[in-house]
Design a binder for this molecule. Structure first.
Ligand code: SF4
Ligand code: SF4
Length: 330
C-alpha cells in the first residue's frame, strides 16, 4: 500500500469541508480518510485532480496527491499502463509526443508551446512563434509535457518522456524555456534541469505587452496556478486591479481525465459560469479556454492576446486534433 496517501489520510479529522466543496466527493459522500480509502480507489478516475479540496482542508490534505498515488499504484499492478480503458490513443500520442517539432528550437531561449495552445489557437501560435523569433531571437518547440500520461498513473512512461525532452533540449543547447501553458510549467518546473519562465514574466522582461485600465475582467484561474498564483502575479502587472477571479468553480472540467467518468459534473462546472452571464471570460490556459467553450461558455478569451494586443482567435474546438497534428510541420 502506498504510504504517502495512507499517512496523509491518517491526518483527516472528518470535518467534511473537502466534501462540501467538491462535486465529486459530494456525489459519492466521500472524504479523504482511511475509512473511505477503498471507495476512493474504486473511483480514482472520477477525481478531477484540481486540488481545490486542499484550499478548504484544515489539515492541508490534497486529494490530487492522493489520487495520483492511487492511480500510480493501480498502474504498477497493470504493467505500468493506466488502469482504465479508453486512453490508449492518448498514451500513444503523448508518451513520446507524436507531433513534436524542434525545427525552430535552435536558440538558447525557446517558447515551449505545449500541445493544447497550438491545437486551440493555431494561427496565434504561429504568429507568436514568428514574433518571438524575428524580434527577439527566441525559438519555438512544439512538445507535450507529458502531464496527462502521469495523471493517468503511467509514471514510468511519464518519466521516460521527461528524460527524452531533457535530452533533446540539451542536444539543441536550449538554456531557457518560455512556457506558454501553466499546466506544462507547473508540471515540468521541478522535473527538468532547464530554467523555465512563464510567458507573462517574459513579456515583462522584454518590455512588451500593454498595461491596460478600464472595467473589471472576469478571470477563470487554471487549477495548477490557484495555490501559488504565480502566473497571476505576472498578469496583474499588466491588468492591475481590473482582475476579478471567478470563484466557486473547481475546474474547467478537463482535469485529471475525469470528464469521461463524470460528464455531468464536468458540464456543471461550465453551467455555473454560464449562469453568471459574464460578458467575457478571460483565462490563461488554452485547455480551459477550449473546454469551457466546448461546454457552452461564450466569449472565452486568452489573456496572452489581451496583453499583446493581438487580434483574438476563438478557441478552435472543432479542429483541435487536426491542428495538433499539423503543428508537427509548422
Ligand atoms: S482534487 Fe478536486 S476533484 Fe479531486 S477530491 Fe480534490 S477537489 Fe475533488
Ligand atoms: S477537509 Fe481535510 S480533514 Fe476535513 S474531512 Fe476533508 S480531508 Fe479530512
Amino acid at each position: 500500500m502506498n504510504t504517502i496517501y495512507t499517512e496523509t489520510m491518517k491526518e483527516c479529522i472528518r470535518c467534511g469541508k473537502c466534501t462540501i466543496n467538491c462535486d465529486f466527493l459530494r456525489k459519492y459522500g466521500l472524504m479523504h480518510s482511511l475509512k473511505d480509502l477503498n471507495r476512493l480507489r474504486e473511483l480514482s478516475f472520477h477525481c478531477f485532480m484540481c486540488g481545490e479540496c486542499e484550499r478548504y482542508c484544515p489539515k492541508g490534505i490534497n486529494g490530487k496527491i492522493i489520487t495520483q498515488a492511487i492511480r500510480i499504484e493501480q498502474a504498477e499492478k497493470n504493467t505500468g499502463m493506466p488502469a482504465i480503458n479508453g486512453y490508449e490513443k492518448l498514451i500513444e500520442e503523448k508518451a513520446d509526443y507524436l507531433y513534436k517539432n524542434y525545427q525552430h528550437a535552435n536558440n538558447h531561449t525557446v517558447l515551449f508551446m505545449g500541445c493544447n495552445f497550438p491545437a486551440y489557437y493555431p494561427e496565434s501560435a504561429k504568429r507568436l512563434s514568428r514574433l518571438f523569433r524575428e524580434k527577439y531571437g527566441i525559438g519555438t518547440v512544439y512538445e507535450c509535457c507529458g502531464k496527462p500520461v502521469m495523471e493517468l498513473g503511467a509514471q514510468r512512461l511519464a518519466q521516460k518522456s521527461i528524460e527524452a525532452i531533457q535530452d533533446r533540449m540539451h542536444k539543441m543547447n536550449v538554456k531557457e524555456l518560455v512556457m506558454v501553458c501553466p499546466n506544462c510549467y507547473m508540471y515540468l518546473k521541478d522535473r527538468l534541469d532547464i530554467r523555465m519562465v512563464s510567458i507573462f514574466e517574459k513579456f515583462t522582461e522584454l518590455g512588451i505587452g500593454e498595461v491596460s485600465e478600464g472595467s473589471k475582467m472576469y478571470v477563470f484561474q487554471p487549477c495548477p496556478d490557484r495555490a501559488e498564483g504565480e502566473w497571476l502575479r505576472y498578469i496583474r502587472k499588466f491588468l492591475k486591479d481590473r482582475i476579478e477571479i471567478i470563484e466557486g468553480v473547481q475546474c474547467c472540467g478537463l482535469g485529471g481525465c475525469a470528464k469521461t467518468q463524470e460528464p455531468e459534473i464536468a458540464q456543471g462546472f461550465a453551467e455555473r459560469i454560464i449562469q453568471k452571464n459574464y460578458p467575457v471570460i478571460y483565462t490563461y490556459c488554452a485547455s480551459c479556454a477550449g473546454n469551457l467553450s466546448r461546454n457552452g461558455c461564450r466569449n472565452v478569451r486568452h489573456l496572452i492576446f489581451e496583453i499583446l494586443g493581438l487580434c483574438e482567435e476563438k478557441p478552435d474546438i472543432y479542429n483541435n486534433g487536426r491542428n495538433r497534428k499539423e503543428s508537427k510541420f509548422w
